[in-house]
Structures are given as structure tokens and as C-alpha cells.
Design a protein around this ligand. Structure first.
Ligand code: PEP
Ligand code: MG
Length: 537
């Protein structure tokens, strides 16, 4: 048995097909017939475009227009005279051969894109590399076409590019395995969209199996078994059948409104970290977004996102959710989440230190950029904003004062915002839970952050393996705090959600329903299962 990273759920049993990209060696040999070389490049560009048009159509059919857009971006690159024109100039001015010209121009473009501030633009460097590989393969006459003819094939590759993944024929390919990649790599995301089981990050899978080997893929545990015994195959066939039947059954719940046996309507929403994650929430029948962890917008970059960038992200989510409720949490940095451009003081206990709302109230210039972006985006949907790590009323009132300041500024600038936005807090510090019935007079809603609430209640660091035995969501003290929070809110007619991991925990859901929790928010792939369990209560 080999263990990798579970990238896409499900089981598969099939025969290995190792996909090898043929190595193309690019040399520096100068050419003498410039015209002929330019024509060779032109033919390669035309063929590349034809191939991409086909891949795009196939992707649109199997994964939807949204996912196919990546290939439209590749086609646009091929049509970009700055990109392809530079290749021609390379041939003309330096007598470069076509492959070398493509490689040199690509390197220049990749360097420019990789040094850009905007994370989205930096990611485009990968698209440029992907397109360039295709052009070079066409110049060399070695286009990778992996025609898979046998059913029950398990594709094994070092890595799969988006175009490789989109070309997988779902009637034949039952799973894929790669040496590299993580849960959020492109191939993993595509596998989840295609609903093909996948295990990535297996390190040496391309050399540890041979073509024709029989392999069992367990996309839930992230394991594979090579050439298993007949009895093990039977065992996994049963598991697969059960899994497929369960998934099919769950899909019936996509558009079902979740109601408990006693008739209470409950919202089941998704947690997101990036704006594009809304698609998974919608595909899994989410009633809304229960937590947008906006700190992810601030990560992997050299400076904080501007008001405009944030506005675009929030507007995107609100518009895609088409009036469904979207709860956006203001910046929760500090603790285990740090930013390279925002140095924080060294502290003995960062989780109890300068973080989240504490930092935002102290660094109003940072906070206001986000609040202005949120207010401006509020007119595009049903927005709720919540503040993280609130310990008492004073912090909430101070935060609301900053909101009022931003509103006044926007008004003076003639910029619109909605007056129906709801303003709430995360209940993740025990003090807030204990004081819930008072806080509920002032806030519009609560969202219980159990990930932190549990660690603070039990004084058990959520990151520590050594004390994980203490980190128990079902501890009576934790349950009592949750109950108090819900009762405190309901006393004043306010709604309560939960966006910590506990909300999707099968064993906790029955108790949470019993306490009267109004909204459950979790990772998109847990939504349907949670709906099912809630409806059984
Ligand atoms: C929580 O604390 O439960 C929560 C949802 O926030 P985070 O996990 O981002 O701290
Ligand atoms: Mg938290």
C-alpha cells in the first residue's frame, strides 16, 4: 500500500497507463532560411489553436463553461501579437530556430508575469508555460495525444496539466495518480470537478508501477494498492458500489431545502477562502456562504490587496450567489496566520495576542480599506459582515464606529452602499459565549467559531498533537457554551450560525439541531451529507 494526498473522493480499480511526456530537446542551432522557419512557427501556432479549440469544447462538455475558460485564455495567448510577434522577431533578428525562439520569448514573459504584484497575474505564468509547451511540441511534430482505448484505465503521470486533465475520457479513465501536487493543485481541483477519484503527491508512482499493473485507488484515504489479491479487489468493489450509491442518493438533495423532522428550516452553507470557491458551494447545493475567510486574499503576495481588488472579490462572490446569503469575515490575521508585509510583535502566546479584530482596531488604516470595499460591494447581493475574535461589547461597538466612518466617507464621495447589510460577530472566545444574551441586543447575528472556541475553552492548542486528546468538540463545557450562545441570540430574535469544523461533523450535528442552530457552514464537499443528517433529526 502506498500513501499520498487524497485529492478527489471515490474508489477505482483499474489498469495502469503511464502517461509520459516525450522529452523535447531544444538546441541553439541558428537557421539560414528565415522565411521557412517563420512558416514552421505559423503552422505550429495554427495547429496549437485547433487543438485547444477541441480541448476547450470537450472541457465545456465535461466540466462546464467556467472550467473551460482556462483554455480560452490559452487561445487568447496564441492570438496575442505581442507574444507570438516576439517569437517571429526572435527568428528574424537572431536567426533563432523556431523552438528556441518560442522558449526564449516564453522565458521573458514568464519572468515578467512571475514578478507581478497581483496574484492572479502571477498565476498566468503557468498558462504561458502550458501554451509554450504545446507550440514547441507542434514545431517538433510531437504532440502528446494520449488516446486511451481501454476501459477502467488509471492514468499515472508525474503531474497533469489542466489540458491533460480536460482530455481525460471519463468513459475510460476511472482515476489518476501523480507524483507531485497537493489538494489545491490544478489537477486535484479538476479531478473533484470531474468527480474522478485521484491521489496526488505519491512521489515516485511513475517508477513504482508498470503499464498494465492492476491498482486499487482509494481517493478517500489517499492510498493505493498495487496488484492486490482477488479478495482485496472484491472488498474494494463492495466499497465502491456503496460509495457510488451514497453519492447518487445525496445528489437528490442538491436543490432540497433542509428541514428537520420537527419542521425547522435550517440553512446549510459553505466556507470559502477564495472567491472562485463559490462554484463548489453552489454545485453542492449550498444555501449560501457561511464564512469567507478574507485573510486568504491577503496571503501569497507582497502587499495588502487594494480597496479595488477587494471590492472586485466581494462583488464576484455576491453576484455568483445571486441573492443567497454571504457571510464575509473581516481580516483574521495573527495567531497561526501571518503576512510577510505586516510584521507582528513577537509574542509568547500569539493565539492570545495581537490578532484579528484587536489588530484591525489598532491599525484602522488597514481595516478601513476592507470595510470600504465591503460596503461598496454590499449593493450586489445579500451581505452579512462579521468580526472575528470578539471578546466583549466594546470591541463590536468600536468596529461599528469604524464602519460608520467609512459610510460617511463613501457618502461624501457619492459612492453607494446598502443599508440592509447585517453586522455580526464570531463567537469563538468563551467570554462572548457567556455574554451572548447581552451581545445579542446589539448584533444582527452570531457565527460560532468552534475551531477556536474549543481551544480557548479547554486550554488545548488546536495545533498541538500532544494535547489533541483534550480537544473535544463534544466536551460538556463546550456544548454548554454553544447552547448558551444559541439561546442568548434567540431571546432577542437573532439568528445563529456555526462555521467551525464542528458544523460538518456527523457526530455533532444531531446535538446542534437539538439546540436550535439556524445555519451550518462547512467545506463544500460536506454539505450534502450534512443536509441528509440534519433532515433525519
Ligand atoms: C473558528 O475558529 O472556528 C473559525 C471558523 O475560524 P478559523 O478556523 O479561521 O480560526
Ligand atoms: Mg477562529
Amino acid at each position: 500500500m502506498k500513501k499520498g494526498i487524497a485529492a478527489s473522493k471515490g474508489y477505482a480499480i483499474g489498469k495502469v497507463f503511464i502517461q509520459e511526456h516525450e522529452e523535447i530537446v531544444i538546441n541553439d542551432v541558428k537557421i539560414s532560411d528565415i522565411q521557412a522557419e517563420k512558416e514552421l512557427l505559423q503552422r505550429a501556432l495554427v495547429s496549437a489553436k485547433e487543438q485547444l479549440e477541441k480541448i476547450k469544447a470537450k472541457a465545456a462538455e465535461s466540466m462546464g463553461e467556467e472550467k473551460a475558460a482556462v483554455f480560452e485564455a490559452h487561445i487568447t495567448l496564441l492570438d496575442d501579437p505581442e507574444f507570438t510577434g516576439a517569437m517571429e522577431l526572435e527568428i528574424e533578428n537572431n536567426s533563432s530556430n523556431a523552438m528556441k525562439a518560442v522558449a526564449d520569448v516564453t522565458n521573458t514573459f514568464v519572468m515578467i508575469f512571475e514578478s507581478m504584484e497581483d496574484a492572479y497575474m502571477r498565476e498566468r505564468a503557468a498558462d504561458i508555460k502550458d501554451v509554450s509547451k504545446r507550440i514547441i511540441a507542434n514545431v517538433a511534430g510531437k504532440v502528446d495525444s494520449f488516446e486511451i482505448t481501454e476501459e477502467n484505465t488509471i492514468v499515472v503521470a508525474h503531474d497533469l496539466t489542466p489540458s491533460d486533465t480536460a482530455q481525460l475520457d471519463r468513459s475510460k479513465v476511472v482515476a489518476f495518480l501523480t507524483n507531485i501536487g497537493g489538494r489545491t493543485s490544478h489537477s486535484a481541483i479538476m479531478a473533484r470537478t470531474l468527480e474522478i477519484p485521484a491521489v496526488v503527491g505519491l512521489k515516485d508512482i511513475t517508477t513504482s508501477v508498470k503499464n498494465g499493473d492492476i491498482v486499487i485507488v482509494d481517493g478517500i484515504e489517499g492510498t493505493i494498492i498495487v496488484n492486490p489479491e482477488a479478495s482485496v479487489i472484491e472488498e474494494y468493489k463492495t466499497k465502491r458500489e456503496k460509495f457510488i450509491a451514497e453519492q447518487e442518493e445525496l445528489k437528490k438533495l442538491i436543490s432540497v431545502k433542509t428541514t428537520t423532522k420537527s419542521g425547522k428550516r435550517v440553512e446549510v452553507c459553505g466556507n470559502i477562502g477564495k472567491p472562485e470557491d463559490v462554484h463548489q458551494v453552489l454545485a453542492n447545493g449550498g444555501d449560501g456562504v457561511g464564512l469567507f475567510r478574507t485573510e486568504f486574499l491577503y496571503m501569497d503576495r507582497d502587499s495588502a490587496p487594494t480597496e479595488e481588488e477587494q471590492f472586485e472579490s466581494y462583488k464576484y462572490v455576491l453576484e455568483k450567489m445571486e441573492g443567497k446569503q454571504v457571510v464575509i469575515r473581516t481580516l483574521d490575521i495573527g495567531g497561526d496566520k501571518t503576512l510577510p508585509y505586516l510584521p507582528l510583535p513577537e509574542e509568547m502566546n500569539p493565539f492570545l495576542g495581537y490578532r484579528a479584530i484587536r489588530l484591525c482596531l489598532d491599525r484602522k488604516e488597514i481595516f478601513k480599506v476592507q470595510l470600504r470595499a465591503l460596503l461598496r460591494a454590499s449593493i450586489y447581493g445579500n451581505l452579512c459582515v462579521m468580526f472575528p475574535m470578539i471578546s466583549g461589547l466594546e470591541e463590536f461597538l468600536q468596529a461599528k464606529e469604524v464602519v460608520d466612518e467609512c459610510k460617511a466617507e463613501l457618502k461624501a464621495e457619492g459612492k453607494e452602499y446598502s443599508e440592509t447589510t447585517q453586522w455580526g460577530i464570531m463567537v469563538e472566545i468563551p467570554a462572548a459565549a457567556v455574554f451572548a444574551d447581552e451581545l445579542a441586543k446589539y448584533v444582527d447575528f452570531f457565527s460560532i467559531g468552534t475551531n477556536d472556541l474549543i481551544q480557548y475553552t479547554l486550554a488545548a492548542d488546536r495545533m498541538s498533537e500532544k494535547v489533541s486528546y483534550l480537544y473535544n468538540p463534544m466536551h460538556p463545557s463546550v456544548l454548554r457554551l454553544i447552547k448558551m450562545t444559541i439561546e442568548g441570540a434567540h431571546k432577542h430574535g437573532k439568528w445563529v450560525g456555526m462555521c467551525g469544523e464542528m458544523a460538518g461533523d456527523e457526530t455533532a450535528i444531531p446535538t446542534l439541531v437539538e439546540y436550535g442552530l439556524d445555519e451550518f457552514s462547512m467545506s463544500a464537499s460536506s454539505i450534502l451529507n450534512a443536509k441528509k443528517i440534519i433532515m433525519e433529526q
